[in-house]
Design a protein around this ligand. Sequence first.
Ligand code: 3PG
Ligand code: CO
Length: 553
Amino acid sequence: GFSWKLADHPKLPKGKLVAMIVLDGWGEASPDKYNCIHVAETPTMDSLKNGAPDKWRLVRAHGTAVGLPTEDDMGNSEVGHNALGAGRIYAQGAKLVDLALASGKIYEDEGFNYIKESFPTNTLHLIGLMSDGGVHSRLDQLQLLLKGASQHGAKRIRVHVLTDGRDVLDGSSVGFAEILDAELSDLRSKGIDAQVASGGGRMYVTMDRYENDWEVVKRGWDAQVLGEAPHKFKNVVEAIKTLRQAPGANDQYLPPFVIVDDSGKPVGPIVDGDAVVTFNFRADRMTMLAQALEYENFDKFDRVRVPKIRYAGMLQYDGELKLPSHYLVSPPLIERTSGEYLVHNGVRTFACSETVKFGHVTFFWNGNRSGYFNSELEEYVEIPSDSGITFNVQPKMKALEIGEKTRDAILSGRFDQVRVNIPNGDMVGHTGDVEATVVACKAADEAVKMIIDAVEQVGGIYVVTADHGNAEDMVKRNKKGEPLLKDGEVQILTSHTLQPVPIAIGGPGLAAGVKFRKDVPSGGLANVAATVMNLHGFVAPDDYETTLIEVVD
Ligand code: 3PG
Ligand code: CO
């Protein structure tokens, strides 16, 4: 039968400390002035790259290598950390929703049948990110869902949009709103009362994560549920165009707005009996709203009015909390992650990041599961992030603090594995501020040094890698790779990239003869888990993606 026990590695010893360092948003690209990693002083990462050639390589971090629908899909932290932790490639939310929509199965399953009960008498509300980034949601999926829901009985539909500019170019929200508006007007011509009801920028309205700032969710609640917001418009395109004119305005941070009718009344507050779907497939930035919509006992902010609704998520966002309890598409079932195996084999683990990435090395790493596998053997430390700021004003973020805490954990001798996410390249990269991103990359490099120094002191091993690209390319390019101009200016890329990421191994504890194999040229993030298990002295389970290392005598 099944056993958690891992076989001993024939050549590698147990008991070495392994430091697993994930640089968020740190891809590999040609030197260029928009490659902030290249521009920044990054002596630690440079020395890994320029060190032993068989201890540094690139791995794939986007597209099908991480379970995304196509090779045009950039990587992201959810799928990247899932792959790193699980050691296998799962069809991810984006793909699962595509399949369920294409086959029509989405309309047959429990979640849709549950919300459908509201259709004869009430409104269907759809809340989510209006984007074609494919990271949290996709507009084409929303369009299909709108069509499908109306064909399956929805007569009154209200869409609550969140503008992106983070997984897609800033300013693209206008075009998306036009597409959505046309779709809704098409539905109206077929007798469906369908319109946008509210909106706001994703980073200021609704899509906070890991409980960094509940005010963000409250702003969304007020607009979506209560129909209250500081700005009122007749139409979503007009709303976005107007709000973008304010100095410094951008898609990510648009203030909340509601759409009102001719008499000034909001067109779509959420009321008793309504159905609500949050149409993002990705979990991290939807679970806070899901709690507000679903939990009877809730004290994070004053909800003022709590409508009795039928609520379903596009996916179930948290498998451990079973949140939300109704959902349209089953999430990937990620079981037997490397973290769970290692704990069963006595590996004592420390995981750390700051709030905005904390769930990446815990929740995502562990297959979208919150909490410990074994609290006796694991310690997860969250360093509070600054909230209410954009990280270009604080590009060093908490890198130093993460480095210090991790160093202390290593030196304490209490752990066999330390696992960290260093967020700077990604979080500052998303602001589109090139200068600040250079500062961010330097700070990330310093944190890596701090951890590697501690590894040296205890005779351990380090594995340094990244979850996807971001800071290595800050500009939109044409097919030839040249920066694309718009009105004479380069278009800044706030999003992730399709680039591969580096992985380096080393440290005094690394057995002589360990090197990267040459026969896994298309290796990706999912190959890292087996590699790390080897470094702990174990052979990975058979169904894991193969290890990246070999031991030559
Ligand atoms: C975000 O949620 O901040 C971005 O959409 C994706 O970034 P991440 O995948 O690095 O978290
Ligand atoms: Co990111």
